[in-house]
Design a protein around this ligand. Structure first.
Ligand code: NAG
Ligand code: NAG
Length: 276
């Protein structure tokens, strides 16, 4: 069995691992990240992707899951790439891509989420999501969280779109950002399963609302002090990558999450799970 120190040091050197072409590991990292940031289950009841979604913003480059971006950085339409976890999955056919604002950790999403992007009938050409012959319902509208409302989670989801897909009447023509229930939409329109997803975090100014404790956890402390730690509620949210300098991490005095990329945090979380 790999020793704890090795796993911890692996987690602290994300650069090495980020270079890895291990798609399955990166997909596992996103899955862990969705749980830690509570996107699962607050937005998605479950999440079992079969491919890696890579999102590239022109001024930032490829994002890590949950990466904190500014409104400016996330304003242009990103380039999205899909890489299957194994070569037996062929990315032919049509897909639907969407981006929704899952608000801050702990939000009640039952009233719906703001839809910032919804394109039906995208193709995947050379691994890239292409809208060449697609139907744009909501053209990409960059994140615009209200000032002081905290770090919002913007989730980008790629669904299978079977031939039997039928756009609902209220979302069959171009329409701007409005609230909708993405799960009901997917079900009622006949979309297939989620192929891949990831998310970014965007915050405007300093949060004036209190963010649930789960969103600001010192994950490095978790790894070090809870080598047999379980994925408890308090460890959730560690991967949001949104711990601010004046969050709980500062008073704690230990290494701050902010020092590490979200991927390293997730890998640290995975290391915890492996040890457990
Ligand atoms: C490849 O991935 C698909 C989708 O996750 C899965 O159903 C299938 O079992 C995998 N095949 C192999 C050989 O691992
Ligand atoms: C279609 O894709 C291009 C290239 O990525 C992008 O610039 C454009 O905004 C997209 N159109 C819509 C409606 O999403």
């Amino acid at each position: 069995m790999i020793s704890l120190p090795i796993l911890v040091s692996l987690a602290l050197f994300p650069f090495t691992l980020a270079q890895s072409s291990d798609t399955a590991l990166q997909v596992a990292a996103i899955e862990a990240h969705f749980k830690q940031s509570e996107i699962v289950p607050s937005l998605l009841a479950s999440f079992d992707p079969s491919a890696l979604l890579t999102v590239d913003y022109a001024s930032v480059g490829v994002i890590t899951p949950g990466q904190l971006l500014t409104k400016e950085q996330s304003a242009p339409t990103p380039e999205v790439t899909v890489t299957p976890v194994n070569s037996s999955l062929e990315l032919t056919g049509k897909y639907t891509i969407t981006m929704v604002d899952a608000d801050i950790v702990g939000s009640d999403l039952t009233k719906g989420v703001n839809r910032h992007w919804l394109i039906n009938g995208v193709d995947i050409a050379d691994g890239k999501v292409s809208n060449a012959s697609a139907t744009a319902i909501t053209a990409y509208a960059g994140p615009g969280p209200a000032a002081g409302s905290g770090p919002h989670r913007y989730v980008i989801i790629l669904y299978q779109q079977p031939d039997s897909f039928k756009a609902p009447a209220d979302l069959s023509e171009p329409i701007g950002v409005t609230l909708f229930d993405v799960n009901a939409y997917a079900k009622n329109s006949g979309l297939g399963s989620i192929v891949a997803a990831t998310y970014i975090t965007v915050e405007d100014g300093t949060a004036t609302t209190s963010i649930p404790a789960t969103s600001a956890v010192v994950s490095s402390t978790l790894v070090a002090s809870e080598p047999t730690g379980t994925q408890s509620g308090t460890s959730a949210g560690a991967g949001t990558g949104i711990t601010s300098a004046d969050g709980p991490s500062k008073t704690n005095g230990d290494l701050s999450l902010a020092s590490f990329s979200p991927l390293s945090v997730v890998l640290a979380g995975i290391a915890v799970m492996i040890i457990a």
